[in-house]
Design a binder for this molecule. Sequence first.
Ligand code: PHE
Length: 348
Amino acid sequence: MDLKEKLADLRQQGLEDIENSQDLKRINEIRVKMLGKKGNLTGVLRGMRDISAEERPKVGQFANKVRDELTAAIEERHAALEQAALNEKLKAETIDVTLPGSPVAQGQPHVIQQIIDQVVDLFVSMGYEVAVGDEVEQEVYNFEKLNLPKDHPARDMQDTFYVTPSVLMRTQTSPMQARMLEKHDFAKGPLKMISPGKVYRRDTDDATHSHQFNQIEGMVVGKHITMADLKGTLKVVARSLFGDKLDVRLRPSYFPFTEPSVEADITCFNCMGKGCAICKHTGWIEVLGAGMVHPNVLKMSGVDPEEYGGFAFGLGPDRFAMLKYGVDDIRNFYQNDVRFLNQFDEKG
Ligand code: PHE
């Protein structure tokens, strides 16, 4: 067999091997075996020495052609195998997005928070600003500036947790009245604020009392604000929370920081005023305290009571929630039993 035939054989065998190779490892082996320094092609070319001078260029040319062909075939096969390997890998790693996922439990705001959000949203829609105060408050704001001087008997009703002799856990959200009155620039228009938050009292916990509960304070101070504005505003709140047909009634009451002071009742939403167990057969349910801001409160916060006046109210979202859902023990709201809380899923 002369050199040319050997080269032709080599090419034939090589191309076959290349075509039959099934993975990258094999094609790399073939590359080394064929084209490597100690490979078959080098081996055959060693025979060049023995051929005549006029044959040599031709054979040399053919040898180059064989080498180029083999190189190209190896590269092509290598690329194809690499692509196949990649496709295989992608297929193995495919995620089937049509498979049902494992459900993620979704919570919802606490039922009392839902009521707070509803009330706050309502007032924001009427142009009130939301003012959130601190639960740890100075005695001056919690009592003094609300017309409750030291030794005032009404302090006893709200006796509370003192942090220092002059700092306490606030007993009501009303301190925000004084704080906002001090801050407000009346040249820019009336003050309209709503202030939700937690309050504390040294109460013994029972079905209707908790040492910590929530209040929502509201206040409007400006020019020509009357008690009719207060009543109209409360009607909007009652109707938006409990139903269109409800009415509001005001009864005289007493708070040191309002004059006159009132307790507001709404028509019992359960019997619509006929009388039932929920309203203790009166047809009315007491929902909040309110009144016209006391001139002393305005004065102490630097607002002239001759020029400005307005109303304030404080309502209890915990109590609203009890009424709305017929819950008879306030402690249920704070025990964090999800079996109880999940009943108030906003999403229904
Ligand atoms: N702060 C009063 C309370 O806690 C409620 C109230 C607020 C009354 C505003 C009048 C005006 O009982």
